[in-house]
Design a protein around this ligand. Structure first.
Ligand code: IZC
Ligand code: ZN
Length: 393
């Protein structure tokens, strides 16, 4: 069925046009003047039209919440203090291990509906709340099934190197042996994860341990991601550059040398402004990165600890206000640059003939308004592969 969007007021993320035609899940034509006929028509009534948003960094398949950490945090405990005391990620691991695949899928499906309603048509989701073979594979299966069974497209990332599990307490190197020897091959065999990510951070995995996991993952055919410099700059950005990772994520504490390494390695910087907000940290040096030729993407980091929000529109406002990115740069950060962070550029993230028909019609006349009116959901009609998947009341 052909779907026509007409009376577009402002088209962003592609050449300007007044109408856009979808056919067979793709954008088949765009233009100005008299639109062609189609079986179904949507009148944009002068509104903004953009590519579907891409949330290229989440940990959305998890059990439980961590609201009970709030008094500890207000009392002065930091993210790494809570983790070192057996809480934080390890608390979520306990809750995630307790859920069956169908229970975990049901929860995650609820998040997927909220994301679609926000204008997100593709999401990346990481494992890392199992830290054992069975639960890690279950989390990956849930992210895969979410993509098969809902309109939300998923990119699946294995992140067994998220924390050292209680079974390996004080034996991080042994856990790294287990990851390289057993878990990574099992994940490869399962076939759902495209990417392998590591939490390279003080007290979690140091640079040599992160390197071991990532080199083994590369050998097995995964593309590499790395959580780097979220709290301390211990060399994660340099490692990402050296290994030619597809992306490095967080980068709150990244210094000049880290930025150079990202630019030289062609690594996309995935920045997570809601995490900075929620942890009360500084904001990544997005403006400096962009000016040094680093491709900048922005995502939510949705997870139960450091960012219990899947609101990508909040990230859009923060990217503008706190990263000092211009509205067009912000839009690129949640569309085409986010597509590059998950190896899908050329198929999603832009509006052009031949691209997948992932489109949002907004309750807004222009992208400045998206960066401005935070707190309200401005997505009006959300289209995935040429089908309407959400319409605001
Ligand atoms: O559950 O705390 N930063 N991992 C690294 C997270 C945040 C997720 C969590
Ligand atoms: Zn994360």
């Amino acid at each position: 069925m052909r779907l026509l969007i007409k009376n577009i007021g402002a088209l962003e993320g592609g050449e300007s046009a007044e109408w856009l035609l979808c056919d067979g899940g793709l954008i088949s034509a765009m233009g100005s003047g008299e639109p062609p006929a189609a079986e179904r028509e949507l009148d944009a009534r002068g509104a903004l039209v953009t590519p579907g948003l891409i949330d290229c960094h989440t940990h959305m398949a998890f059990g439980g919440w961590r609201q009970r950490e709030i008094p500890m945090k207000i009392g002065g405990a930091g993210y790494l203090d809570i983790l070192a005391a057996g809480g934080g990620i390890l608390d979520t691991v306990r809750h995630t291990r307790a859920l069956s695949e169908s229970e975990l899928l049901e929860r995650t499906r609820g998040f997927a509906r909220e994301m679609l309603a926000q204008g997100v048509t593709t999401v990346e989701g990481k494992s890392g709340y199992g830290l054992d073979t069975e639960t890690e594979l279950r989390q990956l299966a849930v992210m895969h099934r979410l993509g098969e069974e809902t309109p939300l497209e998923t990119a699946v990332t294995f992140r067994g190197a998220h924390a050292v599990p209680p079974e390996y307490a004080g034996r991080a190197d042994d856990y790294v042996d287990f990851l390289c020897g057993e878990l990574l091959p099992a994940v490869r065999e399962q076939g759902y994860a495209e990417f392998c990510d590591v939490f390279c951070e003080t007290g979690v995995f140091d640079v040599p341990q992160s390197r071991r996991v990532l080199e083994r993952a590369r050998e097995l055919g995964f593309r590499l991601k790395i959580h780097a410099d979220e709290i301390d700059a211990i060399g994660g950005a340099q490692l990402a550059g050296e290994l030619g990772a597809i992306s490095a994520e967080h980068l709150i504490a990244t210094d000049e040398r880290g930025m150079e390494a990202l630019a030289a390695g062609g690594v996309t910087a995935v920045l997570l402004p809601s995490t900075s907000l929620y942890l009360g940290k500084s904001f990544a040096r997005a403006r400096d990165m962009a000016e040094r030729g680093v491709r900048v993407a922005v995502a939510t980091d949705f997870n139960p600890g450091s960012c219990p929000s899947l609101n990508i529109q909040l990230c859009i406002m923060l990217a503008c206000q706190r990263y000092r990115l211009f509205p067009r740069e912000v839009l690129a950060a949640v569309t085409e640059n986010a597509a590059a962070a998950i190896g899908r550029e050329g198929r999603i993230g832009r509006l052009a003939p031949g691209m997948q028909a992932d489109i949002v019609i907004w309750n807004a006349p222009d992208i400045d308004t998206l960066c401005y009116r935070f707190g309200s959901n401005l997505a009006k009609t959300v289209i995935k592969k040429g089908e309407i998947v959400h319409e605001a009341d």
